[in-house]
Structures are given as C-alpha cells and as structure tokens.
Design a protein around this ligand. Structure first.
Ligand code: ADE
Length: 340
C-alpha cells in the first residue's frame, strides 16, 4: 500500500508522535462528536461518583476519527492509566496475561483493531471482561494445570472500523457502544485552528476552512494536511498560513477540493470508464486497481460513499453522476448508474 496523505490510518511512528502532541487529553478539549461526548461524560461521571470502573466500551467507525484519543481521554478523566495494544499484536495468551495482571482498578485496556483478535485470545478475554478473572494453563500434557487468576476491575475499550466484523460473543461483552462518524467541516476547522495554536503557527480562518474541506471528515487527515501546509508556508512564504498557501500546498500534494487523492480518482475513473459506471464487484475493482480489497473497503470507499460519489449495491459498486462531474467525465448513457 502506497503512502497516502489522505488516509485515515496512522502512517508511521513519526507521525504517531506528531499526532500525540495534538491530541486532546480531556473531554473538555475535545472538539466535535457532541452527542458522543455528552453520553460519555454521563457514563464517566456516574462511574467516578460510584468509585467504580466504567463499563467496557466499544468504539466503531472509520480510522482517524479519534478512537485511540478517546481511550486516553477516558483514562485521564478516570484518573487511571491506559494500556494500548492492538488485535494483531496479541498472538499468545501469555502476551495478554502480562498486561491484564498489571492492570489496577479502573485502568483502561485499549485494544485497537479488536476485530482482528485470534479466536484463542478472544476466548481468553471473555472471563476477563465478564468476571475479571482469567484461566491460565500452565505446563503441558499430563502436567497441565489451569490456574484461575483474579484481575482488578478494569475497563476494556475496544476499537474497530467495522462493528459487523466483531463476533457476537465479544460484542455482547461490551456494555456501551459508540459509533464515531465523520466530522463536519466546521468541527475540523476548529480542530485545525486548535492544532495550529499548539504548533505555534499563525493561521487565517479561510486557510483553516480550506484545509477542513479537503480533510475527508477526519481529524487525523486534517492535522496531517495542516503540517504539510505549515511546511509549505514556512519555506515558500513567511510562515503565516494563508488560504493561498493552503491551496497551493494541497494542490501540490494532489489533494483536490473534495479531499480526493490519486487513488480515489483512479478508482472512480475505473468504475466510470472501464466498468461503464458499474455495478462492479469489489474483487474485480481490487484486481483492476492492483489494490487489496481491505484497503479499498476500509480506507477508500467509506468517504466516497459518504459524499455520494459511490454507491454500494447488491450487484457491486456504482459511480454517481456527481462523481463523473467532479472528474470532468460523463457516465455512459443507458448505464445503470444513469438511474441514480
Ligand atoms: N485533534 C484530533 N482530534 C481532535 C478533536 N476531536 N478535538 C480536538 N483536537 C483534536
């Protein structure tokens, strides 16, 4: 997978570090997702009032919208520690045992990509989540013994891009589910202004608006674009982030006014030209574009679906007339996509 400036996924460690300093630490600093914030505040206030750990919480939604940030905020609000790991990183129950037995009352265990846990690890987690204990097998063969290890009352925070990919038993062990949706540009604009302040960069409101419109509803992308624009303004201008600087920098990055990059445009072009507007199956699209299906489903499609450029039907993906117009193309007349 090539590096995309507009991907919601974190791209590398360096960027993780850069993101970290921009992350809000408390709910009061968090911009957007108002409904979620209000519900979460009630939950945390109630748990704190009773001096109990919060219920296990599952966040689901596209990458880059703040699931990890929220897990850390929950820990800060509960005056507890957060331990973060990810589904694919947990290979043996021993890995998890170490983490679980270190947790104190109220601590947060954050598992990103929780839909990618192995079945063995999932099974191991059930009693941990439900009864705060784990059954650990020591020794082998005839000497094998199950020891029952009690745990402190921790809060599990799970994150997944697709709730439908979670097994029902695991899903049922979360008391609370929160869907995180794309942010409207107004919220992203505020996030960009806040981040510019933290980066000690002067930014004009119009510049923040310009960036927000290209950030695909995703704070992580907004902050990444902001850093590129800031570099550009430092090198090509006097460091002040004006609208002109923002537009020039983002044009140079190949990010268009709708926040689409080369891969998005290529996908739409293939659907419109090669598949006559669709419908086309995702496997065929993956093969034509030489991209993994998971990449297309998790990182390319959600935003194209959200802005109505793509539609998912039983027969496959279809491009909308708006998508064709955006690319300066026309859907072939008489194509099924014409019926949009
Ligand atoms: N940085 C990234 N996401 C943010 C958010 N939702 N609020 C404030 N700053 C952020």
């Amino acid at each position: 997978m090539r590096d995309r400036i507009v991907t919601g996924e974190a791209t590398n460690n360096e960027e993780d570090t850069a993101q970290l300093s921009l992350r809000p630490q408390y709910l009061s600093e968090y911009i957007g997702q108002q409904e979620l914030r209000e519900k979460l505040k009630v939950t945390l206030d109630a748990s704190r009032g009773r001096n109990e750990a919060a219920e296990h919480i599952l966040f689901y939604g596209p990458p880059g919208l703040g699931k990890t940030t929220l897990a850390h905020i929950i820990a800060n609000e509960m005056k507890a520690k957060a331990y973060a790991t990810a589904g694919p990183a947990l290979k043996r129950s021993g890995d998890l045992m170490g983490i679980l037995t270190n947790l104190k009352d109220g601590d947060i265990l954050f598992i990103d990509e929780i839909h990618r846990l192995s079945p063995v690890i999932e099974e191991f987690l059930y009693p941990a989540m439900e009864d705060f204990k784990v059954d650990f097998v020591v020794d082998k063969g005839a000497f094998a013994k199950v020891i029952n290890v009690p745990l402190k009352r921790f809060t599990m925070v799970g994150a997944t891009t697709r709730a439908g990919m979670l097994s029902a038993p695991l899903r049922d062990r979360f008391g609370i589910y929160y869907h995180i949706d794309f942010y409207p540009p107004e919220d992203l604009e505020q996030i960009i202004i806040r981040s510019a302040g933290l980066l000690k960069s002067e930014i004009k409101t119009e510049a923040a608006r310009s960036i927000s419109l290209r950030a695909r509803g995703t704070p992580r992308i907004a902050n990444r674009l902001l850093r590129r624009v800031r570099d550009y303004a430092d090198v090509k201008g006097d460091g002040i982030i004006t609208e002109e600087m923002a537009v020039k920098a983002l044009d140079a990055e190949g990010v268009d006014q709708m926040g689409l990059d080369d891969l998005d445009r290529k996908l739409l072009r293939v659907v419109i030209e090669f598949y006559k507007g669709g419908p086309v199956g995702i496997e065929a699209l993956g093969a034509t574009l030489n991209e993994e299906i998971d990449t297309l489903v998790d990182m390319v499609e959600p935003y194209l679906l959200k802005i109505g450029f793509l539609r998912r039907t039983r027969q496959g993906r279809m491009a909308s007339p708006e998508a064709a117009k955006h690319l300066g193309m026309k859907l072939p007349s008489g194509s099924q996509a014409d019926m949009f």
